[in-house]
Design a protein around this ligand. Structure first.
Ligand code: AMP
Ligand code: MG
Length: 331
């Protein structure tokens, strides 16, 4: 199968709709990462998405809709606070998990009675979702466990030959996946940190907690138990407090002749040779936006990436730390 990368225009949208109506999958841009979308109502289309990615079959998908889509078609019992969150943050990088009406393929939620819904703000994503006019189930458009794609080229590198069409909407501005927030209970519970922080959610509805799985309990967001976002090269992970250790590890590995790169924030980059630094930047939003781009760049040139976690751990940085820790867990 030939894989085409096309700008979003009348012709490519027509092609996308045709592929989706034939129960195929299309890659499309969002403000977080690129998605691999299929018709959420079709068992065959959803099964194909899992197959293309090699995704574990118990890791549910998020359904994407345009901003005027009536989500009450798909979900029950929206709580007042959930409507307030929608009003405050959507369209945008926040996924809400509701009680499902079961109107989409049961494979989307892997048999759970909930459904994750997202309304992306990316102009190209909105145009695509409105044009195809169907709920689109979409995980990130990469091979399962590899780094998420933030450009059409990244999607191509992972999925060439496996899909027909990549809609190119440029580099994703947000850079990490959406915040996933369960809104089925009395108050919101964040299952996966992201660009809409726990603090931002709490500021709108008063209370928000972070889900921490208890021993013996079935994990509420199945995706959390899997290894994720990893580059193909070796990685070493250090906390900000272990900087001297990271420096000596960099020196030791470099002395052995390895091509060692360091992924770190702007404030500590001077501890390493400039041509070996993958600079995440200064602010939490910069670091989120740069993270996957730099991991993609790093895996192409490094034998080992030494990643150093930023000092700040709250706000949007909670999402950055979560992804960076999973990507670079020592291996
Ligand atoms: P990805 O498609 O790779 O961005 O991952 C989607 C994330 O949303 C995973 O962490 C899933 O576990 C989570 N998710 C999707 N649907 C649900 C659901 N119904 N309940 C809880 N988590 C969900
Ligand atoms: Mg993913």
């Amino acid at each position: 199968m030939q894989t085409q990368i096309c700008e979003i225009n009348g012709q490519s949208l027509k092609m996308a709709k045709h592929i989706l109506e034939s129960e195929g999958a299309v890659a499309f841009p969002t403000e977080t990462v690129y998605g691999l979308g299929g018709d959420a109502r079709s068992d065959a289309a959803v099964a194909k998405i899992y197959e293309i990615k090699g995704r574990p079959s118990d890791n549910p998908l998020i359904v994407h809709v345009h901003k005027d889509y009536d989500i009450t078609q798909l979900i029950y019992d929206e709580q007042t606070y959930a409507a307030a969150l929608r009003k405050a943050f959507l369209p945008g990088p926040l996924t809400l998990v509701y009680n499902s009406k079961g109107r989409v393929s049961s494979k989307v939620s892997c048999g759970l009675n909930t459904l994750a819904i997202r309304v992306p703000s990316h102009v190209g994503a909105q145009r695509f979702l409105r044009y195809v006019d169907m709920p689109i189930a979409a995980p990130s458009a990469n091979i399962s466990k590899h780094i998420s794609p933030v450009s059409a080229q990244h999607v191509y590198e992972d999925l060439q030959g496996r899909i027909e069409l990549i809609l190119d909407g440029g580099r994703c501005s947000g850079g990490i996946e959406s915040t996933v927030c369960d809104v089925t209970g009395e108050y919101p519970v964040v299952l996966r940190a992201g660009l809409i922080s726990v603090e931002m959610i709490a500021s709108v509805v008063g209370r928000c907690e972070i889900y921490i799985p208890r021993g013996g309990e079935q994990v509420r967001s199945p995706g959390m138990k899997y290894k994720h976002y990893a580059p193909h090269c070796k990685t070493r992970l250090f906390d900000a407090s272990e900087l001297p250790l990271a420096v000596s590890e960099f020196e030791r590995l470099s002395a052995e002749g390895g091509k060692i790169y360091v992924l770190c924030s702007e404030d500590i980059k001077n501890k390493f040779p400039a041509d070996r630094v993958l600079n995440l930047g200064k602010t939490e939003h910069e670091m989120a936006a740069n993270l996957y781009e730099l991991l993609h760049e790093g895996e192409k040139c490094a034998e080992t990436i030494i990643a150093i976690l930023p000092k700040k751990k709250d706000g949007v940085m909670a999402g950055v730390i979560n992804r960076l820790s999973k990507a670079c867990a020592d291996k």
